[in-house]
Design a protein around this ligand. Structure first.
Ligand SMILES: [Zn+2]
Length: 159
């Protein structure tokens, strides 16, 4: 997934709320794992595929969720809905990255990457490989869905 994580967070968030902190939590969860690209480009100088980093490991988020929810339930129960939206968006991010990018769903039991589609390196640049592959239609669909939902919410506010 190249461009559609942020709108996928919005689409995920709309399943929980139409606006406010719950929606923003989902939008944050939608793109947060890809902030590892900063480390990937500026620290590791692209030495490893960024899906090796812990923010792209589902087990990391599962453990974080298992720690977070009891704490929130005890001290900030009103934040639980936002946390659910956030972790749901993280899960959607991992699923979308599994379409063509590969995710270590079974780590720590296996280091194998799981992906549905292998995009062949047929073009001069890796971005062109994805943009010209049918899998990019999924990104366009996510953007279209997010824009539709956003316009729908704006028109319902003005009506
Ligand atoms: Zn990602």
């Amino acid at each position: 997934m190249i461009t559609a994580h942020f709108p996928s967070g919005y689409v995920t968030g709309r399943a929980f709320a139409h606006s406010g902190p719950v929606l923003w939590a989902a939008m944050l969860g939608g793109f947060l794992p890809d902030l590892d690209l900063i480390w990937f480009y500026f620290i590791d100088d692209r030495a490893f595929h960024h899906h090796h980093y812990w923010v792209h490991i589902p087990a990391f988020w599962a453990v974080l969720a298992l720690v977070t929810f009891p704490i929130l339930k005890a001290f900030k129960p009103t934040w639980c809905r936002a946390a659910v939206a956030f972790f749901a968006a993280i899960l959607v991010h991992m699923c979308l990255d599994s379409v063509a990018g590969g995710v270590k769903w079974l780590w720590p039991f296996s280091d194998e990457f799981f992906q549905l589609v292998t995009v062949p390196a047929a073009q001069s640049h890796w971005i062109l490989n994805f943009v010209l592959h049918p899998v990019f239609f999924l990104e366009i669909t996510i953007w279209a869905t997010a824009l539709f939902l956003w316009r729908q919410s704006r028109s319902s506010k003005t009506a």
